[in-house]
Design a protein around this ligand. Structure first.
Ligand code: SAM
Length: 283
């Protein structure tokens, strides 16, 4: 049977199906899906209907909750999660890292190796910015080295992060001298892209992790620095508290914790001391 593409375009997510999906997404992934996001969810999921050649949301929702639907849940979350990110996003954090945190860890704590976790790393711009900044520090301080772990829920963004290839316009914001050192330009000038240099890619690894998991068993312990920025805004307060507490189990005492600029840990019970509005130290 030939399926008319117009019918996909017009597919409507009923209130009942929206309620089933939003409850599931909140319970399993912590992401708030109030009624105000109904149209957004409907429009983001259109491409899944097209990919599966399904003409209606009722069929799609039944499929998602059927035993055969477990792989579809991964694809569904790829389109549901908001992955906006940038190189040098909220640059004050990277300046603080370079001017205050790294000298303190190296000069005062005598640490030559620093482990960083970019939790909710999206397509890799945040971990690679960290890698550039830390590499700059390493070039001035003999014997200093580092590793970076990036984790995310979405497999699509993780694939981009591992590949480390970005359209040229995405890297405009990177200072010229860092671009020269840490980016390789594609030879194909019809599709201008850049790739992060192998030296930085080697220091960076990626894994899939859902913050709602009971425990983060495959994540190493004793990170010195955790960046978890612009992720917790999608969660409600009890979920934020639970997630920060789980992240803190992987941050050593005295380690640094960074939130996004519109996020806060005020009024929630977590083992962190505030240093600046969005920078904390693990108690
Ligand atoms: C807006 S991006 C932030 C990226 C980066 N930290 C930054 O500040 O530019 C939020 C990321 O959190 C991820 N995320 C959302 N819910 C998650 C969950 N339950 N577990 C793990 N990652 C999640 C999304 O997939 C998305 O890539």
């Amino acid at each position: 049977m030939e399926i008319n593409p117009i019918s996909f375009f017009e597919a409507k997510l009923s209130d009942a199906d929206f309620a089933r999906l939003s409850k599931f997404i909140y319970n399993q992934y912590g992401i708030k899906m109030p009624e105000a996001k109904h149209i957004m969810l409907q429009s983001r999921l259109q491409k899944r209907l097209r990919a599966l050649q399904m003409p209606s949301f009722s069929e799609y929702v039944d499929y998602v909750f059927s035993p055969a639907g477990s792989t579809e849940i991964v694809h569904m979350m790829d389109v549901v999660s908001t992955n906006k990110t940038d190189f040098f996003r909220e640059n004050q954090h990277f300046e603080y890292l370079l001017d205050t945190v790294l000298p303190e860890l190296h000069d005062i704590c005598r640490q030559n190796f620093v482990k960083v976790w970019s939790a909710g790393c999206s397509s890799g711009e945040e971990p690679y910015t960290l890698a550039m900044v830390m590499s700059e520090y390493a070039s001035k301080v003999r014997g200093f080295d580092f590793s970076i772990l990036g984790s995310d829920l979405s497999t699509i963004v993780l694939d981009k992060a591992v590949t480390a290839i970005y359209p040229e316009e995405r890297v405009d914001v990177i200072p010229y001298d860092l671009k020269k050192k840490y980016l390789l330009r594609s030879k194909d000038r019809t599709k201008p892209t850049v790739r992060i240099v192998p030296e930085l890619r080697r220091k960076t690894s990626f894994m899939r992790l859902n913050f709602m998991d009971e425990a983060y068993n495959n994540v190493p312990n004793n990170f010195d620095i955790v960046f978890c920025r612009n992720v917790l805004i999608y969660f409600d307060r009890p979920t934020q508290e639970a997630v920060i507490n789980k992240l803190c189990r992987h941050l050593r005492s005295g380690g640094y914790f960074f939130l996004g600029h519109s996020e806060s840990a005020a009024g929630i019970n977590v083992p962190l001391k505030q240093l600046k509005p969005t920078v904390f130290k693990r108690l």
